[in-house]
Each structure stands twice: as C-alpha cells, then as structure tokens.
Design a binder for this molecule. Structure first.
Ligand code: HEM
Length: 512
C-alpha cells in the first residue's frame, strides 16, 4: 500500500520539478521586463485573444507598463501608457525606431517600403522625401491646401449623390464602402492626378483587400511569429498567401501609374506627388546621391497610396457610427455649422478654428475608438535600457496606443464618449488635451499623413453634416465591437440619409 500511495506523490513531485525546470529554462534573462509565463512553441500566442490591445492593458495592470511576452520564439516587449511610450519613442527615439525583420514586411511595396523598412541612413532619406512630397501636395501652402479642398469637396458631393441614390425612398444602406472609395480618390488625386468612379469594379476590388493587409501586419498577427504554420494548409497560411497577392496587386497598380508619369514627365510642371518623387530621385533632385535608386519611386508611392487610402475612411466610419449612436450630438454639430458657416456656402478649412465642437467631436472619436490601437510593430536598433529593464537589439516592440487613450489617470471616465472633455470653460478647444490623443504614434516613426488625414476627416464630416442628416436603422444594434487588424473597423451597419435643404415636398416619404 505504501508503494501505491507514494506513486502519485512521486509523479506529482516530478511534474512539479519539471515545471520549475521548464520555467527556469524558458524564463527571460535577468534584467528583462517581467511578463506572463511563456509556453513552449507558441509562447503567449493563445492568450492574446481577439483584441490584443485589451489583453495588453490587462497584462500591464499585472506586470507594469513595460512587460514582455513571447510570440512563438520571438520576445516581444509591449509598451503601455504615455510615460513609457514617450520615454522609448521620443527620448530614445533612434533605439526604438527599427522594424522587425518579419517575412511579411519584406513583401510590402516591392521590398522598397519606408513604412516597413529597417532604420538606416537610406530609410531617413526616403522618409524625408516621402514627407516633403506629401506635404507639398496637401498642407504645405495656401495653394496646395486650396487644391486639396477642391478634391475633398468634389468627393463629398459625389459621396452625397451616392448616398441619395442608395438611400432613395428612405432605404437603409452600408455607407462605409462609399467612404473607402471617396477617400482613396482624394489620395489617388494627390498621388497620381486621377480619380475613379464609385462604380469602377477594379478600383473597388483593389481597395477591398485592405482588411487582409491589416490582419497580416497588425500586432495580433501570427504569420511572422509562427513560421511553421507555413508548412501545412491552415487559415493563417491562407491569410499570408492573400497578403502576398494583394501586395503584388497594389504594387502593380502603382507601377503602371509611375510608368505613365515617367513617359509624360515635364520638369517645368510637377503635377502630383509622383512627379515630385520622380523629380527628386531620377531628375537630379538629390535623391540619387542619397542612395535612393529608381525603384524607390514605386516603393515610396506604394507606401503613400497604401497607407493613405483606407485609414482616413475608417475614421469616417467611426465618426458616422458615433453620430448615429448620439443623435443629439449630431443636432448640436449641425447647429454649430449653421451658426458659423450659414446655409449659403459649404464649410472650408478656414472655418476650422471657429468650429470647436466639431473638432472636439472628431478628437473624441479618435480617442474613444482608438482605431489604430497598436502601431505597426517596432524593433530596437541597439541594446537599450528602458525603465531599468534591459532590452536587447532587434527585440520586437509593440506600442499600445489604446492604453494611452483609455488611461484612467489621464481621462475622466475614459469609457464614456464625451466630446465636451476637449472644451474649456469658454467652450474653446483645449489644444494640450487634443495633442495627447495618441493615434498617429510619436517619435521617428510618427505617421507622416497626420495633418492631411485630420484635415480630410474634418472637411468630409463638416460637409456631410452641413448637407445631410443621418439616421440609424432601428432594426440594428449599434455597437463599438469591431473587426480587428492593424486598424479596427466597425461591424457593418446601415443608415438612412436625408438632405437638410431639400424642400419638404421632395423628401422621401413626405410625398403625400
Ligand atoms: C486617420 C488616419 C491615419 C492614422 C490613424 C494613421 C496612423 C498611423 C500609425 C499608427 C502609424 C505607425 C507609426 C509607428 O509605427 O509608430 C502610421 C505610419 C505611417 N502612416 Fe499613417 N495614419 C493615418 C493616415 C495616413 C495617411 C493619409 C498617410 C499618407 C498619405 C499615412 C502615411 C503613413 C506612413 C508613410 C507611415 C509610415 C511611417 C514610418 O514608418 O516612418 N498615414 N500611421
């Protein structure tokens, strides 16, 4: 009997020591950030959940703002909260400005991507070039601003026509695909001097593949950390194959446009961003001396077009969803527009300073949705120490922007949607507070499209609210739940649209 009783005890004891041994073997070296126990082979992959940024917030409560996990065999350091993120991305900017050497990153923009490229002298030259060219055709001067406004106003008018067609007779329809085309058209006009019809099947198909992109490069993506998943058929492998195909397709689209521009290039007339980039790299503009060869034209243009086409439209989907959820805010915004702009003209960028409530609403939408919850993954470029923890060179770093925007110490009741939080006692916009919403990242990798997209979101929202009233579909429950990728997208919802100025007798449903 003695023998029989001791056997389970012995088994238990050996299991215990085995666990201890495994734990020690798999434990990060001393001085690394703390974090959850990582399982062999998968690490913490199974703990990420459907919305990794929320899991990261929970883990941060337990382990602190700088913690470490393991995805597959990769160590990943996760940064939470403004202090830790600023300390890394701004004060130790160079050391945290890298990108991981993920296989998927090498497929973007024909391997000549700035956004997914590693930190180097060449990268710096490419970023300067992309940034300057984008600015020259968007917000740099009064003239470029004027042109941008014309594009946005034209797309907004087209959008409203599309809304009225789809919503004829009070019908409910999904507005988000129209936002995608409208926004892609603005960026396409800036990049290539061209726009597409909402009925253009090929253009829509090209844009429709965006979600797959985000699912591959977003923080919860597994394709790069579990390489063995490439060996047999499974959902992760098919996401990766779709990713290869869509990158090829986007790059081909851009290559054809660039080829056209090369054929018709005229140094006396810079028509759009493509011309500007060609001028700098191929026509003695200094890019070549900095080591940027010809194929960086296509790489850079794919970056700008790729990053710009769907982010801003996702913001507009959240704007609209939140307007539907808060109809009284919609009425207040319309009242502000009517007071400041009047009914005789459309709102313009010059009205921005006089529409604090609309600005506050947009910032609250960015904060509350935090629809880019985690930035594109970073990597360290050298051995660094952060908040006393050692992080070796080439460690993957996730930056949790959501944690900044939902920090209870920073925002009162962060889970409530309240544009009023951005207004001071005199109903003026609190600039310090709007600056502390983090959605474009910070430091050396900060988004280069921030000014452009904020202006675009402002103009589209202002024009749409000035012209239309949006109503929710009573048969649907509006939820903040979302589809996860690099960007969070609302679950599909439908609206009905009414023109505000149409005479009553013409309005759908009022015919009698
Ligand atoms: C509301 C819209 C947008 C949001 C929320 C957004 C957000 C971001 C974020 C979070 C990053 C990653 C930063 C990091 O890794 O730390 C990024 C990078 C980037 N964005 Fe945006 N973006 C938006 C619109 C745009 C637009 C319109 C363009 C261009 C026309 C653009 C171009 C880029 C580029 C080129 C990068 C790569 C920067 C680098 O790696 O150095 N973005 N953006």
């Amino acid at each position: 009997t003695m023998n029989l009783q001791s056997r389970p005890a012995l088994l238990l004891a050996s299991a215990f020591f085995l666990c201890l041994w495994a734990r020690r073997r798999l434990r990060p070296p001393s001085g690394s950030p703390p974090g959850p126990f990582a399982w062999p082979l998968v690490g913490n992959v199974l703990q990420l959940g459907r919305l990794p940024h929320l899991t990261f917030c929970k883990m941060a409560q337990r382990y602190g703002d700088v913690f470490q996990l393991r995805l597959g065999r990769r160590a990943v350091v996760v940064l939470n909260g403004e202090a830790a993120i600023r300390q890394a991305l701004v004060r130790q900017g160079e050391q945290f400005a890298g990108r991981p050497d993920f296989p998927s990153f090498r497929l973007v923009s024909g391997g000549r991507s700035m956004a997914f490229g590693r930190y180097s002298e060449l990268w710096r030259a490419q970023r300067r070039l992309a940034h300057a060219s984008l600015r020259a055709f968007s917000t740099a001067s009064g003239r470029s601003l004027q042109l941008l406004q014309q594009h946005v106003a034209a797309e907004a008018r087209e959008l409203i026509r599309g809304f009225l067609r789809r919503g004829a007779g009070g019908a409910y329809f999904d507005p988000c695909p129209l936002f995608t085309v409208a926004n892609a058209n603005v960026i396409c006009a800036l990049c290539f001097g061209q726009r597409y019809s909402h009925d253009d099947g090929e253009f829509r198909a090209l844009l429709g593949r965006n979600d797959k992109f985000g699912q591959t490069v977003g923080a919860g993506s597994l394709v790069d950390v579990l390489p063995w998943l490439q060996a047999f058929p499974n959902p992760v492998r098919s996401v990766f194959r779709d990713f290869q195909a869509l990158n090829q397709e986007l790059h081909d689209f851009v290559r054809a446009k660039v080829a056209q521009h090369r054929r018709t290039y005229d140094p006396r007339l810079t028509r759009d961003i493509s011309d500007a980039v060609i001028g700098k790299i191929e026509q003695g503009g200094g890019g070549a001396q900095e080591g940027l060869s010809r194929d960086y034209v296509e790489g850079t243009m794919t970056d700008i077009f790729g990053a710009g086409q769907d982010t801003t439209s996702t913001a507009l989907c959240w704007v609209l969803l939140l307007l539907l959820k808060h109809p009284h805010l919609q009425r207040q915004l319309q009242a502000e527009l009517d007071r400041v702009v009047g009914r005789d003209r459309l709102p313009t960028a010059e009205d921005r300073g006089c529409l604090p409530y609309l600005e506050a609403f947009i910032y609250e939408t960015l904060r509350f949705s935090s629809f880019v919850p985690v930035t594109i993954p970073h990597a360290t470029t050298a051995d660094v120490v952060l908040q006393g923890f050692r992080i070796p060179k080439d460690t993957v770093v996730f930056v949790n922007q959501w944690s900044v925007n939902h920090d209870r110490h920073k925002w009162k009741d962060p889970h409530l949607f309240d544009p009023g939080r951005f207004l001071d006692g005199e109903q003026k916009l609190d600039r310090d507070l709007t600056c502390s919403v983090m959605i474009f990242s910070m430091g050396k990798r900060r988004c280069i499209g921030d000014h452009l997209s904020k202006l675009q979101i402002f103009l589209f929202t202002a024009i749409l609210l000035h012209q239309c009233t949006f109503e929710a579909n009573p048969a649907e429950r509006l939820t903040m739940d979302c589809i996860h990728g690099l960007a969070l997208k609302p679950l599909p919802f439908t609206v009905s649209v009414k023109m505000r100025d149409t005479p009553r007798s013409c309005q759908a449903g009022d015919a009698q």
